[in-house]
Design a protein around this ligand. Structure first.
Ligand SMILES: Nc1ncnc2c1ncn2[C@@H]1O[C@H](COP(=O)(O)OP(=O)(O)OP(=O)(O)O)[C@@H](O)[C@H]1O
Length: 337
């Protein structure tokens, strides 16, 4: 079953521009110039129940606008959105029972009351029974280490503490679908790891679908096999994170420092049957084999070289996902699809 079905989804905004000078400002008071800008430009995608998908793009690419349409906060200009079998905007009340939302920059907890009071209020809002609440939330509270925070007012919590509480709050009704918009923004590494572990766990335990928007690609790498990449309102990639790396990763580099004198010609002969290119940094005497992503070739290069020479150091370099994605945006290598 599909948790999310998006067809020809479009959202246009009016972008107002100001006229110059005093007379321009005066005229702006009465009529304003604007042009129509599509923030989301006729996109299509589906997400299956239980998938964890990274929804990525640069600032202004249209991520938040999409999430707002998927959660029923904004109505599309055209196209259709079916989430959990419903139209999010039209069937609002029934719909919100089936989703959880965490916006990293905004809070759904009440600022001045204790965390557990917020939880209790949300339990009422979502009409969760005592039995369900206890069974589910006891576990959530334990896993996210919330026990010591429960009687503190939200305003007294650190960012990391608050984000863990936000996540728990979004899960009070144990929704089958979770939208996370920058859930780890500004958090330290340990809290990030905890949140990731927790998300993996609920995905495994309840088959919860997760759509994750983040600028932190390590979140995506830790959680999502699939990424949907957005650029100026268009989907420019939808597929496995792994294939993205294979296709655009530009291979690996294996650098050797030797304890004895090595010859470039000899290394080339040793590996003549492999699809690689040797480079030499003469000043540092570092020999580098540039390869594709074939692991067999990488291991052959290392095995043959180490057998022929005494080696001081070997390093394998590959571009990070961050670099690959930067590359794609910079070079515009992908076709709009
Ligand atoms: N209410 C609005 N009125 C006019 N333009 C808007 C409105 N909301 C968003 N936009 C424009 O739509 C485009 C997409 O914005 P959106 O917030 O969806 O991007 P984003 O990918 O979420 O960016 P970020 O990573 O900065 O959050 C931007 O050009 C933005 O200026």
């Amino acid at each position: 079953m599909n948790a999310i079905e998006v067809n020809g989804l479009r959202k246009e905004f009016k972008a107002y521009s100001s006229r110059s000078g005093l007379s321009g400002a005066f005229r702006d008071l009465f009529t304003r110039n604007y042009k129509i800008v599509p923030a989301v430009n006729d996109i299509n995608f589906t997400v299956k129940q239980g998938e964890m998908v990274g929804y990525i793009g640069e600032n202004g690419a249209g991520k938040s606008t999409t999430i707002k349409m998927l959660t029923g906060i904004l109505t599309p200009t055209s196209g259709s959105v079916i989430v959990n079998g419903m139209n999010p905007h039209r069937e609002r009340e029934r719909f919100v029972q089936t989703i959880g939302v965490v916006f990293g920059q905004r809070s759904q907890l009440w600022w001045d009351i204790a965390v557990q009071e917020s939880f209790r209020l949300l339990k009422k809002v979502y009409k969760v029974s005592d039995a369900d609440y206890n069974e589910h939330m006891d576990h959530v509270i334990k896993t996210l280490d919330l026990e010591p925070l429960l009687d503190k007012p939200v305003r007294k919590l650190s960012l990391g503490q608050r984000m863990r509480c936000e996540l728990a709050a979004a899960l009070i009704h144990n929704p089958p679908l979770l939208f996370l918009d920058e859930p780890t923004i500004g958090l330290d590494v340990l809290v990030k790891l905890k949140i990731r572990e927790f998300l993996k766990e609920i995905n495994e335990k309840y088959n919860t679908t997760i759509l994750l928007t983040t600028h932190d690609l390590t979140d995506i790498e830790a959680l999502c096999e699939r990424v949907v990449m957005l650029d100026e309102g268009n989907i420019i990639y939808d597929g496995a994170l792994k294939s993205l790396k294979e296709r655009w990763g530009e291979g690996k580099e294996i650098s050797f420092e030797f304890l004895e004198k090595a010859e470039l010609n000899h290394l080339e002969t040793l590996t003549g049957d492999l699809d690689i290119k040797w480079e030499l940094d003469e000043r540092k005497q570092i020999f580098t084999a540039v390869t594709g992503d074939d692991e067999e070739i990488v291991s052959q290069v290392i095995a043959r070289t180490v057998a022929a020479y005494k080696v001081r150091d070997v390093k394998i370099n590959e571009p990070s996902t961050e670099e690959i994605i930067r590359n794609i945006y910079d070079k515009g290598m992908l076709q709009h699809g």
